[in-house]
Design a protein around this ligand. Structure first.
Ligand SMILES: [Ca+2]
Ligand SMILES: [Ca+2]
Length: 200
C-alpha cells in the first residue's frame, strides 16, 4: 500500500505540473483548479427551486447556503442548509424501499475510487461499516463512487467523525466524478472526503 501511495503521489505531482502548465490555456475555458469545467457541476435543487451553475452569481449564493447535499438514485441533487432537513429527505428515500430486500451485513455496499470514472485504487464498505476517519491513504482522495442499488446509501463527510458538510448518495446512485457536486462556492466534493457513514 505504501509503495502504491508513493507511486500515486509521484503521478499526482507529475499531473499537477502538467495542470499548472496548462492552467493558463484553460483559464479562458472556465476550467477551475480541480480540472472540472463549470458546466459539469450539476444543478442544485434548493428550497424547491433548481439552480444551474450557468447562473453563476445565484448559484454561488445558493452554494454558500448549502451544507448538506442529497443525491437521489436518478441523479437529482438537493441542497440543504440544515442536516435535519437532509436527514428527513434521506428517511423518505429509505422508507420508499422498505418492502425491498436489503443486502445482508457484510455484503458489498459501496465502492470508492481514487480517480475519476471508477479508476485507480479502490475500496468497498459494507453495511454499518462506518469510517470515522478514512485513513491517511484515502483522506481527501476519493474522486468517484458507486453505491449498491439496495441498502441504506452512504454519506461522505468533509471532516473526521462525521462532521462538517456532507453528501448522501442514495442506494443506486453513482458518480464517476465527485467534481459534479458543489461543496461550497468554487469548491467541489472531489478529493474532500474524510469520514464515511453507512447506516445499518
Ligand atoms: Ca482523487
Ligand atoms: Ca476532508
Amino acid at each position: 500500500m505504501k509503495m502504491i501511495k508513493t507511486i500515486t503521489v509521484g503521478i499526482c505531482f507529475s499531473v499537477l505540473a502538467l495542470s499548472t502548465s496548462f492552467s493558463l490555456a484553460f483559464a479562458q475555458n472556465n476550467e477551475n483548479p480541480s480540472g472540472v469545467t463549470h458546466n459539469q457541476v450539476k444543478p442544485i435543487i434548493f428550497e424547491g427551486q433548481s439552480y444551474s451553475p450557468q447562473q453563476a452569481a445565484t448559484f454561488t449564493q445558493v452554494a454558500s447556503q448549502v451544507n448538506h447535499t442529497v443525491v437521489e438514485a436518478n441523479g437529482r441533487v438537493f441542497g440543504y442548509e440544515h442536516k435535519a432537513d437532509a436527514d428527513k429527505h434521506i428517511d423518505r428515500i429509505l422508507a420508499a424501499q422498505n418492502n425491498e430486500v436489503v443486502p445482508e451485513e457484510g455484503d458489498y455496499h459501496a465502492t470508492f475510487w481514487d480517480f475519476y470514472k471508477y479508476t485507480g485504487a479502490s475500496f468497498d464498505v459494507s453495511l454499518a461499516q462506518n469510517k470515522p476517519y478514512v485513513g491517511d491513504f484515502w483522506n481527501n482522495e476519493i474522486s468517484s463512487i458507486k453505491t449498491a442499488y439496495k441498502g441504506s446509501g452512504v454519506t461522505l463527510y468533509e471532516n473526521i467523525n462525521f462532521t462538517g458538510s456532507s453528501i448522501f448518495f442514495a442506494p443506486g446512485a453513482v458518480s464517476e466524478n465527485l467534481g459534479w457536486f458543489i461543496l461550497r462556492p468554487n469548491v467541489t466534493w472531489d478529493d474532500q472526503t474524510t469520514s464515511i457513514e453507512v447506516k445499518p
